[in-house]
Design a protein around this ligand. Structure first.
Ligand code: A3D
Length: 320
C-alpha cells in the first residue's frame, strides 16, 4: 500500500516543524509548498538528511508548484503571515484572506479529496474562507486552535496542581481569539471537575481565574517572548494530533474549528467546538449543554467570529 501523502501549504516556522514531526512519526511522504523560492526545498532536504540518523522512511519534497500536492491525503495550511508584538490575530485578516484564496484554489484543483487543517490566523474566519474558496465538503475542512488552546490550559493546570498533564483534561471552546472560552466545568484532573478541586482546596478561584486568563493570552505571551513571530512547536504538535486522528480513523474527541450546521445554539458557522475526528474528517460536532454564564461567553466569542466573517465578505465579494 502506498504511503499517505501529507501536503504542507506554507513552509515557514510551523510548516517546517510539521514536516519534521510528520517525518519522525512516519505519517507518510511529505510535500512542503511555499511561494518562497528555495526555502521549502532547503527544509525538505535538511529534514531528509536527518532520516538516516533518526531512522525514518519518508520522502520529502519542497516546491513552488501546486501540481506537486496532487492526491494529498492531508493538507495542513499555514501559508500567510503571523503576528508581531502588538498585533492582534485580527490584524492579519486582509493579507491572509488573499492567501486563502490562492491556497483554496490550489487544493481544489490538485487535492480535492484531502482532509484540510487550517492554522492560518485569524483562524475561524480563515478556515471558513478556505472552505468557500476550495469548495471541499465542510466535514473535510477544519481549523486547528482548540487542541492548542486546551493543551496550554492543561499545561498550566498540571503545573498548578503538580500532577502529570496526562491526567488533566481541558476544554476550550469558541473563536481562537481574545474571547475564547476555557470551560472549567468540563475540565478535570483524574476525572474531578475544576470547580470541585477549588472546593477541595487544591487551588483557589482567583488562581483558577488567572490560569484561564493566561490561557486566553497564551499566544500573545509567546509572541511577546519571541518578538519575531508566533508559537510554532505546540501549534504544529496540535495539528499533527488532528492529522493522526484522521489518517488512523481514531475517532478522537478533539476541539477544533468546525462547521456547525445546527448545534450549541448555532447555525451555519465555523467556530471552535468539540468534535469527533476520524476517517470521514469531522464526523460529529458534540452538542454540549452550557449554563447561562458559559453560553453568554460562547455567544460573545461567536459574535467576534461573525464580525470577522462579515469583514471577509466586505473585502472579497465572491464570498457568499
Ligand atoms: P511563517 O513562519 O511566516 O510562515 C508562513 C509561510 O507562509 C511563509 O514561509 C510564507 O512564505 C508563506 N506564504 C505566504 N504567502 C503564501 C502563499 N500565498 N502561498 C504559500 N505560502 C505562502 O509563519 P508561522 O508558520 O509562524 O505561522 C503561520 C500562520 O499560523 C500565521 O498566520 C499565524 O498567525 C498562524 N498561527 C496560528 C495558530 C493557531 O493556534 C491557530 C498558532 C500559531 C500561529
Amino acid at each position: 500500500m502506498a504511503r499517505p501523502k501529507i501536503a504542507l501549504i506554507g513552509a515557514g516556522m510551523i510548516g517546517g516543524t510539521l514536516a519534521h514531526m510528520a517525518a519522525m512519526k512516519e505519517l507518510g511522504d511529505i510535500v512542503l509548498f511555499d511561494i518562497a523560492e528555495g526555502m521549502p526545498e532547503g527544509k525538505a532536504l535538511d529534514i531528509a538528511e536527518s532520516g538516516p540518523s533518526e531512522g525514518f522512511d519518508a520522502n520529502l519534497k519542497g516546491t513552488q508548484s501546486y501540481a506537486d500536492i496532487a492526491g494529498a491525503d492531508v493538507c495542513i495550511v499555514t501559508a500567510g503571515v503571523p503576528r508581531k508584538p502588538g498585533m492582534s490575530r485580527d490584524d492579519l485578516l486582509g493579507i491572509n484572506l488573499k492567501v486563502m484564496k490562492s491556497v483554496g484554489e490550489g487544493i481544489k484543483e490538485h487535492a480535492p479529496d484531502a482532509f484540510v487543517i487550517c492554522i492560518t490566523n485569524p483562524l475561524d474566519a480563515m478556515v471558513w474562507a478556505l472552505q468557500q474558496f476550495s469548495g471541499l465538503p465542510a466535514n473535510k475542512v477544519c481549523g486547528m486552535a482548540g487542541v492548542l488552546d486546551s493543551a496550554r490550559f492543561r499545561h498550566f493546570l498540571a503545573e498548578e496542581f503538580g500532577v502529570s498533564m496526562k491526567d488533566v483534561t481541558a476544554f476550550v471552546l469558541g473563536g481562537h481569539g481574545d474571547t475564547m472560552v476555557p470551560l472549567a466545568r468540563y475540565s478535570t484532573v483524574g476525572g474531578i471537575p475544576l470547580p470541585d478541586l477549588v472546593e477541595m482546596g487544591w487551588t483557589t478561584q482567583d488562581k483558577l481565574d488567572a490560569i484561564i486568563q493566561r490561557t486566553r493570552d497564551g499566544g500573545a505571551e509567546i509572541v511577546g517572548l519571541l518578538k519575531t513571530g508566533s508559537a510554532y512547536y505546540a501549534p504544529a504538535t496540535s495539528a499533527i494530533e488532528m492529522a493522526v486522528a484522521y489518517l488512523k480513523d481514531q475517532k478522537r474527541v478533539l476541539p477544533c474549528a468546525a462547521y456547525v450546521e445546527d448545534a450549541l445554539g448555532l447555525k451555519g458557522l465555523y467556530v471552535g467546538v468539540p468534535t469527533v475526528i476520524g476517517a470521514n474528517g469531522v464526523e460529529k460536532v458534540i452538542d454540549i449543554k452550557m449554563n447561562k454564564d458559559e453560553q453568554a461567553m460562547f455567544d460573545k466569542s461567536v459574535d467576534a467570529v461573525k464580525g470577522l466573517v462579515k469583514a471577509c465578505k466586505e473585502i472579497d465579494n465572491t464570498l457568499a
